[in-house]
Structure formats: C-alpha cells, structure tokens
Design a protein. Structure first.
Lengths: 174, 162
C-alpha cells in the first residue's frame, strides 16, 4: 500500500502540474504579441510623409500622438480608417496628432488608395528601411499606439482599434 | 602623422560608441570590419528570432515584412558594434521574450530545459525501483508430478511423460 502511494502521489503531482501548464497555455492567444512599450518612451523617428513633409516625434512633444500602422492590402485597416479620418478631422490646432505609417507597402499604391477614398485626413509616413516597424515591435497591421504629451506610449492596440478606447484617448484634448 | 592617426582612431572610436537611432545603449564594441563575420552573426541572430507573423518560423527563414525588418535591423546593429546580448535585449524590449525561438536558460524558463531530463530520471527511477523490489521475491516453485497432491494434475503429467 505504501509503495503504491509512493508512486501514485508523485504521479498525481506530475499530472496536476501538466494540467496547470496546459490550462495556462489555453488561456491566451499564442500569436498575440505582448505590448512591451506601454509606459515607456516612444521610440523616436523622423520620417517623410507621402506629401514630402518631415515628421519628427521629438518635435511633437507636448501633444498627444496616435500612430497607426496600416497597408493598402489590409482589410481591417480599411475598415478602421473612416473612423480615424472622422476623429482626425475633429482635432483642433493643439489636438491629437494622427499619423499613419505604411507597413509592407509602397508610397504609390498608398497614394492611389488615399486618392480613391477622397484624400488624406492626416499625414501618412513611409519608412523605406522598415526600422520603425521593429522599434515599435509591430507584428502585423493594423496596429495603433497612443503616445501621451510626454512622449510615453500609453497603450498599444493590435487589430481593429475600439472606438471607445479612441474616444477615451481623445478626451480632454483641445 | 602619428598625431593624425591617433586623432582618426579616437574619432572612429567615438563614432562607434554613439548609440544608434532607436537605441538607448551604446555599442559595446567598435564596428566590426570582417564582412563574412558580420553576415554570419546577422544570420545566426535572425535564426534565433521568431518571425512575428509566421507559424514557428525564424526571421531568417521568412519573407514577411516584419521578419525582413528584423533581419535588416539585426544586421544594422551588428555593423554598429553591438554585441549579440545587446541585440537580443533590444528585440526582447520590443517584442518580449516571445521573440526568442529557444527559451532562455535562466529564471523560470530553465524548467523547460530541465523538465525532460527530470521526467526521464523520475521515470527511470520508478521503473528501476519496481524492478529492484521484484528482484527479492522468490519465483514460484516448480511443481513436480511426484510432489503434487492434485490427482488430475498427476494424471496429466503421467500421460505426458508416457
């Protein structure tokens, strides 16, 4: 009896540990990238927009920034863009700075896409080196980053940006 | 001439020590010059970094946009003089430890490396223990026809022996 217990108890402990590991694994999406920049300074950049203007993050200090990574081949990006256009158009001179960043796309198809949908409501940046993708840890598109007035990333959204979160970010902004 | 060389060396050293755009730390080494070594290190680093949008592929083995960007950035950092550890830390800061294809050999990740060996030891120990316990037990004694009390068994054995 004692010998059987000696085998049974470690066996049960092992099975319980295995179940705990599997339960923890099933609890989260293995493809979901963790948000590593929350609460950290937003990586700096100085990039040209599709219109040829240069945007430098450090020069935007004192204003909130919304950084939206997108591409013309991304369907969810096309779904969320009318919402971003709507809120971007409502921003005053000191309001939130909306910036699009092309991901895996070229300026020409992006310009053609934006022309078809009636123009740009906010500037779209292009990084030929792709460095900004890695600096922000972007996995896929759409991905959106909220940056506060101090240049700190407050939230990252992978996938469609929920309207209520965008509205909360825009609150109390002139 | 020597003064000029020294000035050039100091300038090159200073240039190598400046943090690259997007980096918070300075490169630990001067920029390497051996092109073959740069390529080998860059590929080795990319092979250990997960492609963010693929299923179990390394950044070296994928043509996805983010994988290509990781490859390019890894090579850029190697060229600037950053060590493998500094470069790996940079990617962990951006993507988390998730980005590593092989779990680290420290902290709670160490369990992943030790668990198979421990399971093998435990299983082997259990089997060995059972075998050891069974060894002491006497094998059942052979029953001969002469000593058997069972008349039917005695008859069968007699028949068999002729």
């Amino acid at each position: 009896m004692r010998r059987k217990l000696l085998i049974l108890i470690p066996g049960l402990v092992l099975i319980a540990a295995l179940i705990a590991v599997l339960a923890a694994g099933f609890g989260h999406d293995p493809h979901a990238l963790p948000s590593m920049l929350d609460g950290k300074p937003a990586p700096g950049f100085s990039l040209q927009s599709l219109q040829g203007e240069t945007y430098t993050l450090s020069e935007l200090k004192g204003r909130k920034v919304l950084l939206n990574f997108w591409s013309t081949w991304c369907q969810p990006c096309k779904i969320e863009q009318p919402m971003l256009d709507y809120y971007a158009a409502q921003q005053g001179p000191d309001g939130v700075v909306f910036l699009g960043v092309l991901y895996g796309d070229e300026p020409e198809p992006a310009k053609a896409f934006l022309r078809r949908k009636g123009g740009e409501a906010y500037p779209n940046l292009y990084d030929p080196t792709g460095r900004i993708i890695v600096d922000y840890g972007v996995g896929g598109v759409p991905e959106t980053y909220f940056i506060n007035e101090e240049g700190v990333v407050t939230q990252k959204f992978a996938g469609l940006l929920p309207a209520k979160d965008l509205e909360a970010f825009l609150e109390n902004t002139p | 001439m020597r003064t000029l060389l020294l000035a050039l060396t100091l300038w090159a050293g200073a240039a190598g020590a400046a943090p690259l755009t997007g980096m918070t730390v300075e490169p630990a080494n001067p920029p390497p010059t051996d092109e073959a070594a740069i390529q080998t290190r860059s590929i080795a680093l990319a092979k250990g970094l997960r492609c963010p949008v693929c299923q179990g592929l390394s950044s070296a083995d994928s043509q996805a946009e983010s994988a290509v960007a990781i490859r390019v950035r890894a090579e850029e950092l190697v060229r600037a003089g950053y060590t493998d550890a500094q470069i790996t830390d940079y990617f962990i800061d951006r993507y988390g430890e998730w980005v590593l294809l092989a779990p680290p050999t420290s902290g709670h990740h160490l369990m992943v490396w030790l668990a198979p060996g421990l399971a093998l030891l435990l299983g082997g120990g259990a089997i060995g223990g059972m075998a050891w316990a069974a060894r002491g037990k006497a094998a059942p004694a052979e029953v001969s026809a002469a000593t058997s009390d069972d008349p039917y068994r005695k008859r069968v054995l007699d028949e068999l022996e002729g």
